[in-house]
Design a binder for this molecule. Sequence first.
Ligand code: LLP
Length: 389
Amino acid sequence: MFTQDTIERFKELETPFYYYDTEVLRSTLNACRDASSKYGFHVHYAMKANFNPAVVDAIQSYGFGADCVSGGEVRYAIEHGFDKSKVVFAGVGKSDKEINEALDAAIFCFNVESVQELEIINELAAARGKVAGVAIRINPNVDAHTHHFITTGLDENKFGVNTWQLNDVVAALRKSANLKFLGIHFHIGSQITDMEVYKSLCIRINEMQDWFEDHGFQIKVLNTGGGLGVDYHNPDSNGIADFESYFAVFKKFLNVKPGQEVHFELGRAMVAQCASLISRVLYVKMGQKKNFLVLDAGMTELIRPMLYQAYHQIENLSRTTGAEDQETNSHLHYDVVGPICESTDCFRKDVELPVSQRGDLIAVRTAGAYGEVMASNYNLRERAPSVYA
Ligand code: LLP
């Protein structure tokens, strides 16, 4: 919900822009910290979800660690004050340059995705006289029941080591003097709201840690990955991720042994609800079959609807919103589209909205995760700026 004062402020600003509500961010981070610290769990923020400096600095100030997937993210996390002992480096294709930089930065752990990668990290660490902390990312073949583009834990996905390759992994670990085995890592997908999925993951993790221990490897870190979803249909406070239920599942079903640490890599759940994309209606095109609202924002600012058919709530802030909307406004159905020269540049078809006019302010909600970070300059468009509450 936007206050009238906020909407008045928007009227003075050029659109499009990302609007970050720092209060929503803080209440989300408080909820995450309270629910995880109850069980002594460690949360690493998945930097890929949003690297807006104000957002990252707020997250760092809570003492969370950083989950990075490129040399750029590792550097950025360290520059933004994340404790190196809480920086992990994941990703299926780490380049030699990125590995060397992370070795020099003495980060906590590499989440390793193949036998060949283990051998290369060992070689590069040896050449620098260093020892690299490693966790093995295992593909657990657990179905996340989420959109297939953001499922990662099935045999058909490119991520992690499949269970039938684990003998080769332990053989490689045994002969790698410059690797320190820390534990096992999993990540099965994103926007997961069904807690049963996490229960299945816990069962697989328990099996896997037994397997490693049977082969003589002690596990210090159980990294369960991320993926906790949010409610895109409720962008206000009741749509914040259900951290309580999420961590409780791991507390209940994960077999945590004395001295072990449990790590989580949450991205979306921590930042999705703190931002909206604010744009204006450029043109209203009334047709016989369709009405279009052509916005000044499109797939260059928020590509999720176009890439994953993702739902984002759309609100006309220039008309009465919320509970009074239905009473006050007459409505029409519109396809809400962007200005980009692509037919897929559509936020959603057949959206029921108050009758809208050129210049109306439109909010596309829940844009904090995988929004600004996935922006592009396609069509030589300028990057949209950020505005803070
Ligand atoms: N850990 C690993 C190894 C990951 O690959 C990811 C996300 C995360 C943690 C954080 O996942 P989260 O908690 O945010 O679900 N662009 C897509 C989502 C891609 C997720 C990529 N990996 C979207 O907009 O839905």
